[in-house]
Ligand binder design. Structure first.
Ligand code: ADA
Length: 556
């Protein structure tokens, strides 16, 4: 399943999930590997960094253009169709696609060379406090597209004078060499919008609708109303293509030190969640995504942070359906200036942000875009890159605020750049200091360092515990101490009117790399700060969070 709803009725779509042929560089054996999955699930590749090749055949019934889309390949892919290279893509967490024109009917071969090695070629996937898996880790689809097809549809809701309206941008591609006139018709609820566009051969263009919508209900945490936005493209009077998006009417505003959803002040309370599940690796199945969502909602969350990368769209679809606000984050974690000076860094970040926003733009649940978690915000060169990245986001989307989680306490020189200031703080864990005193110091510093009169989010707080380790001394690493620290920390942050949200680090234990010496502070080569372990077995802190998040509501 690619999304939690059908995105086409006219366009032919075939999902290519299933068993593919597989070979791993340096291994003589031939394998059959499930797609999507991580190759680490196979006994031969438990911790393997290398290059694997996936192949399968596809039968094309009628001659025409095909579009192959990968929702995620970890972490670099080279795609071939009948032996010809048709795409190269870096990064596990954003989708990519390729179009092949005039494919003959009959059997054809798709080959994907996948690389999860570390090195200068990879500025974002590096040894880290999470694991970079290998494989085709998210769903794959094959579409038959006409010469003139819909590339994407972006929906931007707006509330003015008590009335909902929206800007709808329909981007269209012309694969043929001949100019074409295309008719576009979009429908949402009982409203229909029509327009036409002339496309020169080999060009792209867009049709933009600005429309008021009477009688629609807003998307909110309490009532996440969603609408199907159905766009049909016609040529010479015949309907030839379509794209169905699912959207919501909601506004996100930052005013002074607060965040407002549809004009109501919000207090975001939730978890940081890595895409990592014991046996799935990062290829988290839909049922495990739903289990995660059910458990987080059982703990009374209203928000989730996709640390530290764009998530699988099916999880974002779940957030849309459940009224869970999302801080979606471009891929980067804990990069020092030397890492940010990798010659590939800036172009890899720029491309990933573009892919993240282009593909996830319509999710009403995404209420804030994040970048560069704990990167070199204390340096002038780092500041230049932060500023450039915020500028890129704003050039693509002015409907959502921006932020970045810092740990460069008292030295960060970028707090004036985002709309929302966020900081990671582990008072009582990494530093044995009074939580309230440390919080006062942090906020006073933020206000004097460019963050004054901005919303403040505590983007990470928490402590580690080994599942099943109980100790009456309540020592560190026991479940008791983790529960105590989370309770004491939330008591401070959720009672501080200067703070407008908290994200606990983290929902579930996740695997980390042995490289980079993470092993020394990560027992089991896992980050053990989950309130559930990697098999989603609750620790004592589960009930603490459930109690605390119930005690303090999401809307002040
Ligand atoms: C940082 C980082 C997280 C995780 C956390 C921890 O704040 O952003 O990814 O590494 O620390 O567990 O220490």
């Amino acid at each position: 399943m690619i999304r939690l709803f059908d995105t086409h009725r006219i366009r032919s779509v075939r999902e290519l999930d299933g068993m593919w042929d597989f070979k791993m560089e340096g291994f003589d054996k031939s394998y059959r590997m499930p797609v999507p999955s991580c190759w680490e699930q196979h006994p031969d590749f438990l911790s393997h960094r290398g290059k694997g090749t996936y192949t399968r055949s596809v039968y094309i019934e009628q001659e025409g253009n095909i579009r192959i889309e990968f929702k995620g390949v970890s972490h670099t892919a080279d795609m071939y169709f009948d032996g010809e290279k048709i795409a190269h893509h870096y990064n596990a967490f954003t989708p990519f696609s390729a179009v092949v024109k005039n494919v003959s009917s009959g059997s054809h071969e798709i080959k994907v060379e996948v690389d999860n090695t570390f090195g200068e070629h990879s500025a974002l996937h590096i040894p880290n406090d999470y694991y970079t898996y290998g494989g085709i880790t998210r769903p794959v689809s094959l579409e038959l597209v006409p010469d003139v097809y819909i590339k994407n549809v972006h929906f931007t809701p707006c509330m003015s004078d008590g009335k909902w309206s929206a800007k709808i941008e329909v981007s269209v591609c012309n694969l043929s060499d001949e100019p074409v006139n295309a008719e576009i018709r979009s429908t949402l609820g009982g409203c229909a919008m029509s327009g036409s566009v002339k496309l020169e051969g080999g060009s792209e263009s867009a049709v933009v609708f600005e429309q008021e919508f009477d009688g629609v209900k807003p998307w909110s945490c309490a009532e996440p109303n969603l609408y199907m936005l159905n766009t049909v493209l016609s040529v010479n009077g015949g309907e030839t293509d379509d794209l169905i998006e699912r959207v919501g009417f909601r506004t996100v505003e930052v005013r002074d030190t607060k965040i407002y959803l549809n004009g109501s002040e919000m207090y975001l309370k939730g978890f940081n969640r890595h895409e990592d599940y014991a046996v799935d690796g990062c290829a988290v199945t839909l049922q495990h995504m739903v289990q995660d969502m059910d458990m987080m909602q059982d703990m009374n969350v209203n928000a989730v942070r996709t640390c530290h990368y764009p998530n699988d769209e099916r999880f974002l679809d779940l957030c849309d359906e459940r009224g869970i606000m999302v801080w979606e984050e471009n891929h980067a974690r804990g990069l020092l200036l030397k890492d940010m000076q990798n010659p590939n860094f800036e172009q890899q970040c720029e491309k990933k942000k573009k892919e993240m926003i282009e593909n996830h733009y319509n999710h009403p649940s995404i209420v804030i875009w994040g970048i560069l978690n704990e990167c070199a915000a204390e340096t002038e060169e780092g500041r230049r890159m932060y500023a450039k990245q915020y500028e890129q986001i704003r050039s693509m989307d002015t409907s959502r605020p921006t932020t970045s989680a810092t740990c460069r306490h008292f030295t960060d020189i970028c707090l004036d750049l985002p709309d929302v200031v966020s900081f990671n703080m582990y008072s009582g864990w990494y530093k044995d200091c009074p939580i309230d005193e440390r919080n006062d110091q942090e906020i006073e510093w933020i206000k004097k360092s460019g963050g004054d009169n901005k919303p403040i989010i505590v983007s990470e707080l928490g402590a580690a515990a080994i599942y099943g380790y109980r100790d009456r001394s309540r020592c560190k690493w026991s479940e008791e101490r983790q529960a105590d620290l989370i309770r004491d920390t939330l008591e401070v942050y959720m009672n501080d009117d200067r703070i407008t949200g908290v994200f606990i680090w983290q929902f579930a234990d996740c695997r980390v790399t042995e490289e980079g010496e993470w092993f020394a502070t990560r027992a089991r080569c896992h980050n053990n700060k989950g309130v559930v372990d990697e098999y989603r077995r609750p620790k004592m802190a589960y009930d603490t969070v459930k109690e605390m998040f119930k005690k303090y509501g999401g809307v002040r």
